[in-house]
Design a protein around this ligand. Structure first.
Ligand code: GLA
Length: 486
């Protein structure tokens, strides 16, 4: 199998990662980690910061964004004993958030209805301790089941007093103190999928309360809501307006599972990303519950993705190994009876899953217990070169450029003129593959870097690989500047 190299986020010279373009609404609070790896201590300097914004010692931009719309260019420089790195980061003040696919963690796959404040805080801490934050993972998203049994008198939403004893604002405060952002979940009906109170008819109150708590992202589900598209558009519009005028920059995630073709309308109603399929389960299956089935559907929708509006093929399974409370078992939605159990995906399948999601410019939401990730889980989730492809500011979703039976070749153009290319063996047998790079239309000789295994760039005219069953390779290929030709 392709061997993903592990990168120690706390060693070596500085390197900057994460989003190079950051969307923020005028005059709202900004908490944004300038993701950087390298031996500590790292020293962050940012030129061009407008009044009201500072960078803290850990490289987190904090404060209030300018009140006027426009682009604020920031020159970021990070130094440590080994050297320095610099990058230009643009703060784009306006109505579009998520200018690159959101990266973070979500409670659902692994903890399902057992999410608690203690879990969320522990996961936020792990995102910092493991260095995930330094590679760009910024959101800590609480899914369903954070709710009190009912709303407060007066209608305000409230968190469950047993599982969130200090309330949601206290959780947000902890998450923000770690330089991370908090996500929450609700539903466009009177009940959520898990039977907690939903937001229908309470949109203004809920959005205002979330903003007061310090929420930075809302995943809005569609259980118990009417099947027709007009109703979905109306209900998502109502919540999106409430969120947009809440006084906070809250990313709005549309979750109606692709049933009403949200790629055709969700961006217009303020969605930053939308699920394209039903829930993922811990399998590589061709069915719509598995990695291959979901990827096959999502790959057809590339034309709809771009900065601020992404296709969401659901969360990452990495690290669950069949143990996820939500992804390990398929239940009958009515009786809750077990219909199927999943044993999890193989290591090669996990590598292909991350490769495909990175290439498809999908939101990267890890959703396993970060307290027990293996070295391999971390190598898969924390490869800076693979993540850079996902976060590329051009924001183009990869398209299939060739497919033979059992093989997918994807290409994703990148902002610097290079192209990311991946080959996935979706078939049942190991095989040797050769893919001529001239078919990508890259003029002249190209230099390619192996994104998973690393190493120096090599001048090649074809990608040649031996791929285990369900394994992938991924390269970044750049035309060789003419001055450097032999
Ligand atoms: C739906 C969503 C899931 C998760 C659950 C919570 O099934 O698609 O991602 O949010 O609801 O109940």
């Amino acid at each position: 199998m392709t061997t993903p190299r592990s990168v120690d986020p706390f060693a070596g010279p500085p390197r900057l990662h994460g989003a190079a373009r950051v969307g923020i609404r005028p005059g709202t609070e900004l908490i944004h980690p300038l993701a950087a790896t390298g031996a500590r201590p790292l020293r962050f300097e940012v030129e061009g910061l407008p009044d009201g914004l500072q960078v803290d010692d850990e490289g987190v931009l904090r404060g209030v964004a300018p009140g006027e719309r426009g682009v604020v260019p920031l020159a970021v420089r990070v130094t440590n004993v080994h050297g320095e790195a610099s990058a230009r980061v643009e703060l784009v003040v306006g109505d579009t958030l998520a200018l690159t696919p959101p990266m973070g963690w979500n409670s659902w796959n692994v903890f399902a209805s057992e999410v608690t404040a203690e879990v969320v805080i522990r996961m936020a801490d792990r995102m910092v301790e493991t260095g995930m934050r330094d590679l760009g993972y910024a959101y800590v998203n609480i899914d369903d089941h954070w709710h009190a049994p009912c709303r407060e008198t007066g209608g305000r939403p409230a968190a469950n007093a047993e599982t969130f004893p200090d309330g949601m604002a206290a959780v947000a405060e902890h998450v923000h103190a770690r330089g991370l952002k908090l996500g929450i979940y609700s539903d466009a009906a009177d009940r959520t999928c898990g039977g907690c109170f939903g937001s229908l008819g309470h949109e203004e109150t809920d959005a205002r309360t979330y903003a007061e708590w310090g929420v930075d992202l809302l995943k809005y589900d569609y259980c118990h809501a009417p099947a027709n598209r007009a109703a979905a558009v109306a209900r998502y519009t109502a919540m999106s307006r409430a969120v947009a005028t809440s006084g906070r920059s809250i990313v709005f995630s549309v979750c109606e599972w692709g049933f009403r073709r949200p790629w055709q309308w969700a961006a217009q109603v303020g969605g930053s990303y939308w699920r394209t399929t039903p829930d993922i389960f811990d399998t590589f299956s061709w069915s719509i519950l598995g990695v291959r089935g979901i990827a096959r559907r999502n790959l057809r929708l590339g034309a709809y993705a771009g900065p601020g509006h992404w296709n969401d093929p659901d969360m990452l399974l990495v690290g669950n190994h069949g143990r996820g409370l939500a992804t390990g078992v398929l239940r009958d939605p009515r009786t809750r009876r077990k219909l199927w159990t999943f044993s999890g995906i193989s290591d090669a399948e996990a590598l292909s899953h991350v490769t495909l999601w990175a290439m498809m410019a999908a939101p990267l939401l890890a959703s396993h217990d970060l307290a027990d990730s293996s070295d391999l889980d971390r190598a898969l989730l924390m490869n800076p070169d693979v993540l850079a492809v996902n976060q590329d500011p051009l924001g183009v979703q990869a398209r299939k450029v060739a497919s033979a039976p059992g093989l997918w070749v994807l290409a994703k153009p990148l902002v610097d003129g290079s192209t990311a290319v991946s080959i996935t063996n979706v078939g049942p047998m190991a095989r040797r593959v050769r893919f001529p790079l001239d078919s990508l239309g890259l003029a002249g000789p190209v230099e390619c870097t192996d994104l998973w295994e690393g190493g120096a760039p090599r001048q090649i005219s074809e990608i040649e690989a031996h791929l285990a069953r369900h394994d992938s390779v991924a390269y970044r290929c750049t035309p060789v500047p003419s001055g450097r030709l032999p």
